[in-house]
Design a protein around this ligand. Structure first.
Ligand SMILES: CCCCCCCCCCCCCC(=O)SCCNC(=O)CCNC(=O)[C@H](O)C(C)(C)COP(=O)(O)OP(=O)(O)OC[C@H]1O[C@@H](n2cnc3c(N)ncnc32)[C@H](O)[C@@H]1OP(=O)(O)O
Length: 153
């Protein structure tokens, strides 16, 4: 199954968090399944937070960031009854705003599950609710306003 990011055009595939063409990045892979999107990621031990055994908050925010924009794209394709990679003009979103709530420490060394649901989609603006869980416990929640990217002429 191809990830949402695998459909990003080559010129937009360099994102540090999720760009397939960035050799140094995280290569986050997001998928849509029904009304929800999901991605899984296990941060390496170098992404430690301030105290041992927990993940650095910036890493957690970047996982929500990349998963949120991918989710917005997937939901927008669906709303237009389109399929990613259909040869039509690509629909891509950038982060306008991202609110992150760190609800409990996120353990290092376990696979994290990042999920997204569509809250609203109007015009170029998508609002995505995000959660990040470890071992079935929600550690981080977020709300993203993603704005559809329009190339300037
Ligand atoms: C950078 C190029 C990348 C492109 C490819 C991406 C591929 C993906 C790669 C993976 C990426 C990974 C993730 C990353 O790292 S993405 C990288 C981090 N994000 C950026 O660099 C984005 C920088 N900002 C901008 O480019 C512009 O400000 C944008 C495009 C966001 C809007 O400026 P623009 O002039 O185009 O739009 P508009 O002003 O007509 O507004 C349109 C609508 O949006 C609403 N709104 C706007 N801002 C906000 C806000 N902060 N909060 C709430 N709402 C906001 C606004 O009210 C309006 O709504 P409405 O009044 O109609 O209801």
């Amino acid at each position: 199954m191809q990830a949402i990011q695998d459909h990003y055009p080559a010129e937009f595939s360099h994102c540090y968090g999720c760009g397939p063409a960035n050799p140094h990045g995280f290569h986050l892979k997001s998928y849509i399944d029904g009304e929800r999107t999901h991605a899984r990621f296990t941060p390496a031990s170098m992404y430690s937070g301030g105290y041992p055994g927990n993940v650095y908050g910036g890493m957690l925010a970047s996982l929500l960031d990349c998963h949120g924009t991918a989710s917005a794209a997937a939901f927008a394709y669906r709303a237009q009854s389109r399929v990613m990679g259909d040869g039509g003009p690509p629909i891509r979103f950038v982060t306008g705003s991202l609110k992150v709530d760190y609800r409990r420490p996120t353990p290092l060394g376990v696979e994290l599950l990042i999920e997204g649901t569509l809250c609203s989609l109007e015009g170029r603006k998508a609002v995505i609710d995000l959660t990040l869980s470890a071992g079935g416990e929600v550690c981080v929640t977020g709300v993203m306003v993603a704005v559809q990217f329009v190339a300037k002429a």
